[in-house]
Design a protein around this ligand. Structure first.
Ligand code: FAD
Length: 374
């Protein structure tokens, strides 16, 4: 009898429990293949902290390939470009390689759209995702900031823009870089979806440390080293960070699968494609039709046990479990220099305590999954 094939696209936050249980699948006679463009997965919650030198690169990465192979699974270092649901195969970028599945789970995350800077050839633009790109940005800041004054511009007004600004400030300070000027071009407003008190705390903290924040201004075009704003103003920059929001991986659009308005794989309450019963998904790459979710790791993490159960159930034709997103979630921004802003329900708190709490939660999460590497 041929073995059943389980294929996982991406080893992101929603697949951590599946990755931890590969040996159970293998023991039951299933072949497991994980496809990912990097041997490691990088934890976004600690990405800004890595840029700021709070964490080393090893602290924030999970060695996907090692964990998969150790448990008897196969790891394919490649990027999936398309799914063919009729032939039940995924198509990878290198040589259009095809991999068959009986059950497929997708956790390919999201990307920063490049429409603002697609005409610009500069190597000096750093999208906030993939997270590993921030390690290259840190090297560049260190290398260039030691020799010359450096103008860093961050485009975006959301949480990741704020976290990057604060942590670049921390990096410059801790490495005693002579002159690093940080500007945020925040668009309409800083953290437009956050409560007023959160906005005030974040803005105050960054401005106090000399970060220049421009609001009511959007970037129209980026040319080599120059940002042109809709107001007519131009801003020179040596390094540009793009934190303009994310879109779900475009695999599903390319595959002609049912999607949500944002292009994410449209899934039902079982985290299952509404058109193809053997396709599941979680994290930023899905559109949860019953209740569209924010693109935060919290939901990806909450989806883990349901994905684990449903993927196993689909292989053995057992009943599926429903996913309940549950209510609000704790948000903590790491704004660098040991300062954090916490928000949950009507509670808002700024200071060192929120930073320490985030640091504790994030390190604990990483320790749990990094233990699988041993
Ligand atoms: C700077 C920053 C800070 C953040 N901080 C927080 C926070 O503190 N708390 C929070 O809840 N959320 C935070 N978020 C949001 C969070 O990053 C996302 O919601 C979370 O990463 C979603 O997890 P994911 O597993 O879906 O995607 P990802 O973390 O992006 O993982 C996707 C995985 O799929 C792989 N992959 C991508 N494309 C392909 C492909 N074509 N084929 C195969 N594999 C592929 C990637 O290599 C990656 O390993 C932050 C985001 C950013 C940018």
């Amino acid at each position: 009898m041929t073995k059943k094939q389980l294929v996982l696209i991406g080893g992101g936050h929603a697949h951590m429990m599946l990755l931890a249980h590969i040996e159970n699948f293998v023991a039951r006679g299933t072949e497991v293949t994980v496809i990912q463009p990097s041997p490691c997965h990088y934890y976004s919650g600690m990405g800004a902290g890595m840029l700021g030198n709070t964490y080393g690169i090893d602290d924030i990465r999970f060695q996907t390939q090692k964990v998969v192979e150790k448990q008897g699974g196969s790891f394919v270092l490649d990027r999936v470009i398309r799914i063919d649901p009729h032939n039940k195969e995924v198509i990878c970028r290198q040589n259009n390689r095809k991999i068959n599945y009986d059950v497929l789970s997708c956790n390919a995350g999201s990307y920063v759209p490049d429409n603002l800077f697609s005409d610009c050839r500069s190597n000096d633009i750093y999208p906030v995702k993939p997270i590993e790109g921030l390690a290259r940005a840190r090297e560049q800041i260190l290398c260039r900031g030691k020799a010359h004054p450096l103008r860093v511009v961050i485009v975006g007004g959301g949480p990741s823009a704020m976290e990057l600004a604060g942590n670049i400030h921390q990096l410059a300070n801790s490495e005693q870089l002579a002159e690093v000027a940080i500007t945020i071009i925040a668009g309409h407003a800083v953290l437009p979806h956050a409560p007023r008190r959160v906005r005030l705390l974040v803005e105050r903290s960054l401005r106090r440390r000399g970060v220049n924040i421009l609001t009511s201004s959007r970037v129209k075009k980026i040319e080599e080293g120059l940002l042109k704003l809709t107001s007519g103003k131009t801003i020179p920059a040596d390094m540009i960070f793009a934190a303009i929001g994310v879109r779900p991986s475009n695999i599903f659009i390319e595959s002609g699968l049912p999607i949500g308005p944002d292009g994410g794989l449209r899934v039902n309450k079982y985290l299952q494609s509404i058109a193809h019963k053997s396709i599941f998904g979680g994290g930023d790459c899905i559109y949860f039709a019953a209740c569209p979710l924010d693109k935060v790791g919290v939901y990806a993490v909450r989806q883990n046990p349901v994905l684990l159960h449903n993927v196993m159930a689909a292989l053995v034709e057992k009943p599926l479990k429903e996913f309940y997103p549950r209510g609000t979630y704790l948000l903590i921004y790491n704004l660098g220099d040991g300062y954090g802003v916490l928000q949950k329900w009507s509670l808002t708190l700024g200071g060192r305590l929120p930073f320490l709490l985030k640091d504790y939660i994030d390190r604990k999460f990483m320790r749990t999954y990094q233990a699988l590497e041993q």
